[in-house]
Design a protein around this ligand. Structure first.
Ligand SMILES: CCCCCCCCCCCCCCCCCCCCCCCCCCCCCC(=O)SCCNC(=O)CCNC(=O)[C@H](O)C(C)(C)COP(=O)(O)OP(=O)(O)OC[C@H]1O[C@@H](n2cnc3c(N)ncnc32)[C@H](O)[C@@H]1OP(=O)(O)O
Ligand SMILES: NC(=O)C1=CN([C@@H]2O[C@H](COP(=O)(O)OP(=O)(O)OC[C@H]3O[C@@H](n4cnc5c(N)ncnc54)[C@H](OP(=O)(O)O)[C@@H]3O)[C@@H](O)[C@H]2O)C=CC1
Length: 515
């Protein structure tokens, strides 16, 4: 029997961000490996016209939870959705719910965050910093609390090149920032934001760094751990390979490339593509929860869960495998044939943006206008290019993350726990993983049917023929214009034509002789 699975039996677990990508996989694994846990409290807000209950039912009815329903048929009874908005004071939790949370919670997994790179400083600080402080305050009033696990990101200190498993101080105290945001107006905040975030590439990574500092400052005598995953990707093995449910990080890029919108991306091909499967992250989270509660380390331990130092893959290898998978498993109705390359500098990047992205979008919009439809491709392309430019920082650099604590934890686990809660990324086969990833994007994100693959392949053939035809026509037009204007071009043309004529005459003569 797994020690970790047994540890969660009978426990009351509080999860924030349970409706997010990581949170769902965490809940799934908890229910599947510890079906005898007491309850999972999730802090949820109503969204997109759905009540809390509807949101929970939607999650439980998804394919991700199919196995859970077999091992834990009463899973609905074990989830207690609590109305909460982490942007509000006391999270807007009712008195009764708060009382229950304070008196019953044994373990907290704090996953909620805004992961948008372009959020306002006010909102990102509220969610990634102030809400963390508020949750720690709540945790300090929980008599049964055994561990508080805070999810940060490996990029919270991406202004450094080598990152250790320690909490680095930020130039400005989080408390000062929280206080000043209370009285500063939005226009001034926008003005001072670049000065505050300094060499962090965006507000997200900066506020996650502030969040870690808050954890350190407000830890009191709680048993706390911080987990820093790199780029969280689709599931590797559990509950099945390739599950993914949002367009963040590589997912949107895979869609944009597979649908033929994105044809070039400014990236350093040999830079490390530090993607880490979401189930690996979840396994580490559960192992850390157990270790923190049972061993109660004296200080807050930080755990890196990254792939680069143990089993590195670079963007070139990833890109080539993604494109190879599109040949086998194409996406439906692509705009153009999927084919992309990495550009290395701003000049070539601008060139490809003009030729391969903007020009086809403008041509397509003209076609839409001519056929009486609303043009939309240029707008879509501009948004895509904006998104890609925000990701560029991360695909043009490599970082080194030390993983002593993560390795120490691995060595502390029994062989059974190492199997059930496997976070040893050395066993990952990248080619297989990437293929399943692309397949997962097609099935679970785009909701495309595998039965449509033959038709998609036919369409790709048509697109390739159109591509060749278009290029040939373009070449002939350009050549015709050139020979009309240049004597030199005319001479070359005359030479080629007479050469071909002589070759054909010789060929015809020699075949007549043979007869
Ligand atoms: C021998 C042969 C040689 C060949 C060589 C081979 C070369 C082949 C190369 C081709 C490439 C092939 C594919 C390669 C696959 C890998 C690609 C790698 C790129 C991956 C980069 C990853 C970088 C991640 C960085 C991680 C850092 C930290 C990690 C974390 O801690 S947290 C998670 C990270 N957070 C995010 O990812 C959130 C980012 N998103 C945002 O902040 C916002 O969405 C936004 C970008 C600001 C855009 O906001 P908007 O207000 O405009 O609106 P919205 O969000 O609704 O989206 C607008 C439209 O944009 C689309 N979109 C959104 N996100 C993405 C995305 N990541 N990629 C693409 N598109 C995206 C979205 O669909 C919307 O579209 P619309 O609705 O149709 O308009
Ligand atoms: N994805 C990645 O690549 C990486 C993620 N991380 C970290 O992992 C954690 C989880 O990320 P991920 O699952 O990808 O993110 P998601 O965006 O998928 O999920 C975010 C979660 O936070 C919740 N949330 C946001 N705002 C509020 C609010 N005001 N009140 C209540 N809940 C709120 C969301 O709820 P709702 O559904 O209502 O919006 C959602 O459940 C984050 O801390 C992130 O920083 C770290 C490294 C990489």
């Amino acid at each position: 029997m797994s020690t970790i699975a047994a540890f969660y039996g009978g426990k009351s677990i509080l999860i924030t961000g349970a409706t997010g990508f990581l949170g769902k996989v965490l809940m799934e694994k908890l229910f599947r490996t510890s079906p005898d846990l007491k309850v999972i409290y999730i802090l949820v807000r109503p969204k997109a016209g759905q009540t809390l209950q509807q949101r929970v039912f939607q999650i439980l009815d998804s394919k991700l939870f199919e196995k859970v329903k077999e091992v834990c048929p009463n899973v609905h009874e074990k989830i207690r959705a609590i109305y909460a908005d982490l942007n509000q004071n006391d999270f807007a939790i009712s008195k009764e719910d708060m009382q229950e949370l304070l008196s019953c919670t044994n373990i907290i997994f704090h996953c909620a965050a805004t992961v948008r790179f372009d959020d306002t400083l006010r909102h990102a600080v509220q969610l990634n910093v102030t809400a963390t402080r508020q949750l720690l305050l709540m945790a300090s009033q929980m008599p049964k609390l055994e561990a508080f696990i805070h999810i940060s990101t490996a990029y919270s200190n991406c202004n450094l090149k080598h990152i250790d498993e320690v909490i680095y101080p930020c130039p400005v105290e989080p408390k000062k920032i929280i206080d000043s945001l209370e009285w500063l107006d939005d226009a001034i905040i926008d003005e001072i934001t670049p000065k505050l975030i300094r060499d962090w590439p965006n507000i997200y990574t900066y506020t996650k760094a502030l969040g870690e500092m808050v954890v350190q400052q407000e830890s009191r005598n709680l048993s706390i751990a911080i987990i820093r995953p790199s780029i969280v990707g689709a599931t590797w093995q559990e509950p099945f390979p390739g599950w993914v449910d949002n367009i963040n990080g590589p997912n949107g890029i895979i869609i944009a490339t597979g649908k033929g919108f994105l044809r070039a991306i400014k990236a350093t091909p040999m830079a490390v593509a530090d993607v880490i499967p979401v189930d690996t992250v979840v396994n580490l989270m559960l192992a850390v929860g157990w270790y923190t509660a049972v061993h109660r380390p004296k200080s807050t331990l930080v755990y890196h869960i990254t792939s680069g130092n143990m089993n590195p893959c670079n963007w070139h290898k990833m890109g080539v495998q993604v494109l190879a998978t599109f040949e086998k498993i194409p996406f439906e109705r692509p705009f153009r044939r999927p084919n992309a390359n990495f550009t290395s500098n701003s000049f070539t990047s601008q060139y490809w943006n003009a030729v391969s992205h903007r020009a086809p979008a403008i041509i397509y919009d003209c076609y839409l206008r001519l056929t009486g439809r609303k043009p939309r491709m240029t707008k879509l392309m501009n948004r895509l290019l904006r998104t890609v430019s925000m990701l560029e920082y991360f695909i043009n650099r490599s970082w080194e993350w030390s993983t002593y604590n993560t390795e120490m934890l691995m060595s502390e686990l029994s062989p059974e726990d190492q199997r059930v809660f496997n976070f040893d990324v050395r066993q990952l086969n990248w080619l297989e993983y990437i293929e399943n990833y692309v397949l997962g994007v097609k099935k679970y994100l785009l909701k495309e049917d595998m039965a449509g693959i033959p038709e998609a392949k036919q369409r790709l053939k048509r697109l390739r023929n159109i591509h060749y035809l278009f290029n040939t026509a373009l070449f002939l037009i350009a050549w015709r214009l050139l020979i009309a204007r240049s004597q030199m071009a005319r001479n070359v043309w005359f030479f080629i034509v007479s050469f071909c004529y002589k070759f054909l005459s010789y060929f015809r003569a020699s075949s007549t002789l043979k007869v």
